[in-house]
Design a binder for this molecule. Structure first.
Ligand code: FES
Length: 166
């Protein structure tokens, strides 16, 4: 009898202050609910926010016409467009090859636009000279803004014989 009293006395819980099992489970539950609430809030925010794809503008200012010498081809790398100034005026030609979409390069020594991928070649006005490209390089709408800068709209293709006279 006295042996059992001794044993149970040695296994009594400490009287030190600490976190009880109940408090621990409460905190775990509150934490889990908080995380679930944040996740739910994020899903609701995503559901109600507009499902819009933000793409760069298709219209851009190419600058003052005086920046482009007569009989010049200027490659605008960020827009992948050639601004061509001929004796008759301006036109904007796409630099994207009509074969498989490679970006072409202006070769002033040969006076032509060349595609590095499969060898298509084009005149400065975009007409195809040779290679697998099925079509000429398209011309984009080019106009003047009210303050006198060239404005190119890559969403509007125009006929190759339309030239902006400045
Ligand atoms: S992508 Fe230009 S020739 Fe093939």
């Amino acid at each position: 009898m006295s042996d059992t009293q001794d044993i149970s006395a040695t296994h009594l819980p400490d009287s030190k202050p600490g976190v009880s099992r109940r408090d621990f489970l409460s905190e775990i539950t509150i934490g889990a609910l908080g995380i679930a609430g944040l996740g739910g809030t994020a899903l609701i925010y995503q559901y109600f926010s507009p499902n819009v794809l933000f793409e760069p503008s298709t219209t851009f200012r190419a600058g003052n016409p005086d920046l482009f010498p007569v009989n010049s081809v200027t490659f605008l790398q960020d827009q992948q467009v050639y601004i061509v100034r001929s004796l008759t005026g301006f036109y904007a030609v796409s630099a994207v090859c009509t074969h498989l979409g490679c970006v072409t390069q202006w070769k002033p020594e040969a006076n032509r636009i060349a595609c590095p991928c499969h060898g298509s070649k084009f005149q400065p006005d975009g007409k195809k000279i040779e290679g697998p490209a099925p079509r000429p390089l398209p011309h984009y709408s080019i106009t003047l803004t009210a303050d006198g800068e060239l404005l190119v709209d890559k969403l509007q293709t125009i006929k190759a014989d339309q030239v902006l006279k400045v």
